[in-house]
Design a protein. Structure first.
Length: 583
């Protein structure tokens, strides 16, 4: 007897075959950052050509989010700084650009109050106080920052009063808001990379961890103790409580060897980098995945009682197919094969495969990278990554932003380069991907030292664009030209009983004889935040026959016969006649 999952895959392959017979012309990605007004946002991350420390190499994330709730997503670029700027009166800040609705952006950083300066790393978005405006969290090497959105175009730094700044300097890495206890209030998860003290770090070449191809380079993560992760529970009064230890995220593997952090010995950590929270086992509760660098990656399974069980190894999502822990960087989550379960893509160090974990349909995974066709590329060092349907054919594709960490290799005629192009994989709909990078436009093929990337439809034309934070230079804004030849829906969910950002809400769309789904997520990729609106490519279908929304509160709602090429706003409990936008 054929299983439900096998039936899903057969139907999916048949639908893909029909779509390929009427394939649209190739989609092109064009970098319009300069013309859009973004070229002045130059990223700073230590010395551009002579980096001495691991901290200078890692770069930062970026967010697509609608901070002023005008229906057009804006851009926030996390920025770093440099050790040689100390005492010189120079204080680089991150950048906020308001969408002008005409393909250009205006720098509103200072008037918005986003002037904190430091070694910025990741950003994530969520309305933690349920006031209707999405707030912004930024992790740092040092102390983290929570910006409360005031609803008038400005933000207030409430890190200390909210209890999320941190009690001692740490290397904050990936972050995400999630409602892990489903009480209608957003909680906050923060991974921490390594325990880094620049005063005690060996110089390039001074230890085995400070050489690459026999070239002296900054010391890698193996020379440091790993950081420990943090879970903050939202108390509902504007403050958070650190519940990391009781919830089981502080020391998930029960590691015995401690390290000295602050004034106490703590368990050795996990080298956490990119994070994503999603319901991986389809039980209605958010789980957390953490990409770890040179250590087994983590899958925190939600126990429904305020605690998590770490199951990365047993779930098959910690190693590669040979049981090796890779240099995990970024994370993307989607149902790429159409079987109704989330899969995971993870970027890794150069000369390692990008890892694709395909769900077994029971909350476990198997490593499908080679089987899916991702083994054609090993020369790239991947950071930002995500699933997105760039051609609106109803199948999630993959984009990977790349760039090496060692500027010292530039000009050495090695088999790999410092500046690297992006990789774009087109989903064939049969469990495999095709590398279409070289024919997808200069936005993909032009090399950069790229780090975080985020996905969203910045021009509201129905196809997904990409913004990339490039280290030591201006960002890239990759406009999708041609993806909207096929039909689409863009869905914004607004919680009422659930958290206002609707993080954790799932939307199922049935069109053209098959069903696809996605979930509203905070944080993912490498240190970045995608547009909170959910995008669905419909192929040739001119309508969605059915939309089903599963809210975090437990409410389920259904809408029939929704015309294509619309932006829907679905408010919890009020979906019978949803408002829409077509401009």
């Amino acid at each position: 007897m054929i299983s439900r999952r096998e039936l899903f895959l057969l139907l999916a392959a048949a639908a893909r075959s029909r779509a390929e017979k009427s394939a649209a012309p190739p989609v092109q990605f064009v970098d319009i950052a300069a013309g859009a007004g973004l070229s002045g946002a130059r990223n700073i991350s230590g010395e551009a050509r002579n980096k001495q420390y691991l901290l200078e190499e890692m770069g930062a994330g970026v967010a697509f989010f609608d901070y002023d709730h005008d229906g057009w997503i804006d851009i926030f670029l996390v920025n770093g700084t440099s050790f040689d700027l100390a005492g010189k009166g120079v204080a680089p800040t991150s950048y906020l650009f308001r969408n002008n609705r005409d393909g250009t952006f205006t720098d509103v950083t200072r008037e918005a109050g986003l002037t904190y300066s430091g070694w910025g790393q990741a950003c994530c978005v969520g309305d933690y106080n349920n006031d209707g405006f999405d707030d912004l969290f930024v992790s740092y090497w040092g102390y983290n920052v929570l910006y409360r959105n005031n609803g008038d175009g400005t933000f207030t730094d409430v890190s200390e009063e909210a209890g999320v700044r941190g009690t001692q300097p740490r290397w904050g890495a990936g972050c995400c808001f999630l409602d892990y206890d489903r009480d209608g209030r957003l909680d906050l998860f923060v991974s921490n990379y390594v325990n880094f003290d620049p005063g005690r770090v060996p110089k390039p070449g001074e230890s085995p961890y400070c050489r690459y191809n026999d070239i002296p380079v900054p010391c890698g993560p193996q020379g440091f103790a790993g950081g420990t992760n943090i879970l903050y529970r939202n108390r509902g009064d504007g403050t958070f409580e650190d519940v990391s230890e009781g919830a089981g995220v502080l020391n998930p593997r029960g590691l015995a060897a401690p390290v000295f952090i602050g004034q106490a010995w703590r368990p050795i950590g996990s080298y956490g980098m990119g994070v994503a929270a999603a319901d991986f086992d389809n039980d209605g509760w958010p789980d957390i995945y953490v990409a770890c660098d040179t250590a087994p990656s983590l899958l925190y399974r939600n126990n429904h009682d305020g605690t998590f069980e770490e199951s990365g190894v047993s779930a098959g999502a910690a190693f590669d197919e040979n049981g090796v822990a890779l240099g995990g960087m970024g994370v993307g989550v989607a149902d790429y094969d159409g079987d109704g379960w989330f899969d995971i893509v993870r970027t890794n160090f150069s000369e390692q495969l990008t890892t694709l974990y395909r769900s077994n349909g029971e909350g476990t995974f198997y490593e499908a990278s080679l089987q899916a066709g991702l083994g054609v590329n090993t020369q790239f060092l991947g950071f930002g990554v995500g699933f997105f349907d760039f051609d609106n054919d109803g199948w999630k594709d993959i984009l990977q932003a790349n760039g090496h960490v060692y500027p010292q290799i530039e000009g050495r005629n090695l088999h790999i380069g410092y500046r690297q192009r992006k990789v774009l994989y087109r989903n064939r709909g049969n469990g495999t991907f095709e590398d279409v990078s070289t024919r997808s436009g200069p936005g993909i093929t032009t090399p950069h030292v790229s780090r975080g990337c985020a996905f969203g439809d910045f021009d509201n034309d129905g196809d997904i664009d990409v913004v990339v934070n490039n280290m030591d230079g201006p960002p890239s804004l990759l406009r999708n030209d041609g993806g909207n030849r096929n039909n689409w829906l863009l869905v914004k969910c607004v919680g009422v009983k659930s958290n206002r950002s609707a993080i954790g809400a799932r939307v199922y769309v049935t069109a053209g004889g098959r069903t696809q789904f996605d979930e509203v997520m905070s944080g993912s990729s490498y240190y970045s935040q995608n547009d909170l609106r959910l995008h669905f490519g419909l192929g040739a279908a001119r309508q969605a026959d059915r939309l089903e929304i599963h809210w975090p509160s437990g409410l389920k709602e259904t809408i029939e016969s929704v015309k294509a090429n619309r932006i829907l706003v679905l408010e919890e409990g009020k979906t019978a006649a949803p408002p829409s936008r077509s401009d």
